[in-house]
Design a binder for this molecule. Sequence first.
Ligand code: CTP
Length: 414
Amino acid sequence: MTDTYLRGSRIALCVCGGIAAYKVAGLARELTQAGAEVHVVMTPSACEFVGPLTFSTLTGNPVRTELFPESAPTEIAHTDLGRTSDLVIVAPATAKTIAKSAQGLSDDLMSALLLSARCPVLMAPAMHTEMWFNDATQANVATMVGRGVRMVGPAVGALAGPDVGVGRMASVEEIIAAAEEELALRSELTGIRVLITAGGTREAIDAMRFIGNASSGSMGYALAFEALRRGARVQLVSGPTHLVPPEQADTVRVTTAQQMRQAVIERVEDVDVLVMAAAVADWRPASSSEGKLSKGEGPPDLQLVKTADILAEVGSRRKAGGLPNLSVLVGFCAETRDLAAAAAAKLHGKALDVAVANEVGSAQSGPEVPTLNALVLDRDRGPKELGLVSKRALAVTVMDSVAARLAEAGPGAE
Ligand code: CTP
């Protein structure tokens, strides 16, 4: 069944200038024989190693090499390929292409394609050992991995010339196996309805001022991206944030905890999964002034009242049999110490399937930086300590847990 996911898939195969380019001809042939539609993009230096005619003959499709071809283009190759491919494979991925991609450069067809790709990207690095271990390359690789790019290899072995060491391109078989896995993931949550909350809420003091929190929303947005990547139908209930929601998600913007509760309660009966990643305010002012309070009036006498706990409400409704469609309930908790104990308390206290605990104060940087100390606790599997991870990597682990629970529950199960 090795060709199940390759058959009918559309793959952009990006060939860079390295001696391993000749092996990529074999990869192009294997992918094509497995039933994939393969479109090859080559850098000018790749063409020094292997002629484009080799790839067009093997794939049956024209090879693209230029961002602005002289003949009137019938398509905008970089955006069309980026938009319509199911998978992009870069092989061999040279230090230069990885660096350009990490920097977001778009000065040739391949880098522009990588910048516009919406599908999973798989890179098979190949370079000399010193180049691979150079801090700049390692930082660029970490950036790409943080953005969700999958690296296959490099392996240890003979390199160009007499050198032997780390830097040899992964085998064609390994690249194909990784491609299969990426394509399989794409349909893992097909048909699954996922509701995700993100960001903090704001509770008004007056027309200008509010009680808020430091949540950026990027955890919830990373979860939405990851669920979409796996084929789920995603609704995102978002508190105020500067982040741009994924286009394919159905996004509802809210401001207050009360509005967030309403948005969740209106939707929760018709979803399979709820992930409460939002930092919902626990307290709100008992009353707020319609106009702006003047400081001349002195400090306001703030009376705080508790907001409704949305997650606890959903958890107890489901426990009482009220939400038959809801198969997986995930909650978050932000802690300063003992993540395992906090996650266990949250799991039982709010009747969750999965509790995610992260350390407060370690979550301030962007979604790709591995600075979050986190733990994921599945009620039937025990805790998974992740150590320092990026929000994107945490989103992958959370969605792995969701997918595993759904797979176990099976169609029609509780
Ligand atoms: N949550 C919610 N409604 C609230 C408050 C929180 O649904 N009014 C959800 C959050 O989205 C999150 C989880 O509940 O998934 C967090 O629970 P909470 O009890 O607020 O835990 P902590 O943030 O760890 O705070 P505490 O120290 O109060 O336990």
